[in-house]
Design a protein around this ligand. Structure first.
Ligand SMILES: *Cc1c(COP(=O)(O)O)cnc(C)c1O
Length: 420
């Protein structure tokens, strides 16, 4: 690592990269994250890092609200309104209206609610379209949502064929906007246009998009969306997810999970379910007050940073990584699995390599944390809020080291844990 940095061309490049960090308008946000010293964290697309803002908010809600105000907090600290209040803030990152987003449950559960909503809105259409290799939970939840319903079927079409496959039999198209493995990004406007021409609905999974790329759900007249709170939104492990429904569909169908928190008047304790108006009917049970606290603080940070600046830095970070890898003869065995065009990718970069698992394990041992996705993908996430350009440089130099020295061939790097 040292040797390379001392070569004149490399030293000049490194100096340029350090200048980019100096001039980065988002630079101050990094200091608000509690990152482990000496590590380069490139997995914020899977679990966002802890910020001091998030930790302090959690601490406050725990001690001052739960600890001191106890049950009164549902009213006095508006725990009851938190799913809508945080949804309204998040809406600004998604290009949505404040009353179109609610924060609750998990992405998987919210997928179920919206798939069933879509099927209720299109009762006479048989087909749900998705793509092979979509994130597993999306496909599994579709299977579960239509199980026992002989009138519906799931059809998988590759991205090249997908648009043409949308027709008058299509009830719903369910796609992950930024692919979790390749970071390939679908063209929302093109898909929405075709879907609406044929009367089909579209449900977007924004798990790898929210907080990473610019979104304009309303302008695209996107019907529905879901996404995770713990990836680029930095809400913490297992943070509540979100659910978006365009105003044009409000009150037209109900959630299939008719819990009391989605009732129009939960504290009337009546025997019959009557859905609340708007997004609140998509709540099921009691909001997770503690888990919502760090998520709210984290979303406020993203709003302060500005989605346009975040997205611009994301494109520069990913491009720098791709360029540095391409410039390295040592890394010629890695095959770029992410679109080269920054307009067509999200905020992570993936490479295919037959020994991907061992290489990533060896790299993690060197302090550069990315992850591995079976069967052969090395994945590197670049969170614009806290990743420095110099981190990108360090990651590439360490990756070169792992490959040049055959370090990855050590037996301990072949062992797999239950989470990769
Ligand atoms: C991470 C991810 C999920 C996770 O769903 P959970 O219900 O939070 O486990 C869902 N969809 C996509 C596309 C993801 O990347």
């Amino acid at each position: 690592v040292q040797d390379i940095a001392q070569r004149p061309a490399a030293a000049a490049k490194l100096a340029t990269i350090r200048r980019w960090d100096q001039d980065d308008p988002l630079r101050a946000f990094r200091d608000r994250f509690e990152l482990p010293p000496g590590k380069v964290y490139l997995d914020g697309n899977s679990l966002g890092a802890l910020s001091t803002d998030a930790r302090e908010r959690l601490d406050h809600v725990t001690r001052a609200e739960w600890g001191q105000s106890l049950i009164e907090s549902w009213n006095t600290h508006d725990w009851f309104g938190a799913p809508e209040r945080i949804g309204a803030k998040l809406a600004r990152l998604l290009g949505a209206q404040p009353d179109e987003v609610i924060v609750c449950d998990t992405t998987s559960i919210n997928l179920f609610k919206l798939i069933r909503t879509a099927l209720a809105l299109r009762p006479d259409r048989a087909v749900i379209l998705s793509e092979p290799g979509n994130f597993p939970t999306d496909l599994y939840v579709i299977e579960g949502a239509i199980a026992g319903d002989g009138a519906r079927e799931l059809r998988l079409e590759t991205p090249e064929r997908l648009i043409d496959a949308i027709d008058s039999r299509t009830a719903l198209v369910l796609l992950t906007h930024v692919h979790y493995k390749t970071a390939a990004m679908h063209d929302v406007h093109a898909i929405m246009k075709r879907a609406h021409e044929h009367g089909a609905l579209v449900l977007w999974d924004l798990s790898h998009s929210a907080g990473a790329v610019e979104l304009d759900l309303d302008a695209a007249r996107a019907d529905m969306a879901v996404g995770c709170g713990y990836k680029y939104l930095n809400g913490g492990p297992g943070a509540p997810a979100f659910l978006y429904l365009h105003r044009m569909h409000h009150n037209a169908a109900s959630s299939p999970l008719c819990g009391w928190m989605g009732h129009a008047r939960p504290f009337d304790f009546t025997d019959h379910y009557e859905p609340a108006a708007g997004m609140r009917r998509y709540l099921c049970g009691t909001p997770s007050a503690l888990s919502l606290a760090p998520l709210e603080a984290s979303i406020e940070m993203l709003l302060a940073a500005g989605m346009q600046r975040l997205a611009a830095k994301s494109r520069t970070l990913t491009q720098l990584f791709i360029d540095l890898v391409a410039d390295s003869a040592t890394l010629a065995g890695l095959r770029l699995a992410t679109p080269a065009d920054p307009a067509r990718r999200g905020s992570h970069v993936s490479y295919a390599h037959a020994e991907g698992f061992a290489i990533m394990s060896a790299l993690i041992a060197q302090g550069v944390i990315g992850d591995f996705r079976a069967p052969d993908i090395l994945r590197f996430g670049f969170t614009p809020l806290y990743t420095r350009y110099e981190d990108v440089w360090t990651a590439v130099r360490k990756l070169e080291h792992v490959i040049a020295t055959d370090d990855w061939k050590r037996p301990e790097f072949a062992r797999r844990c239950s989470v990769t």
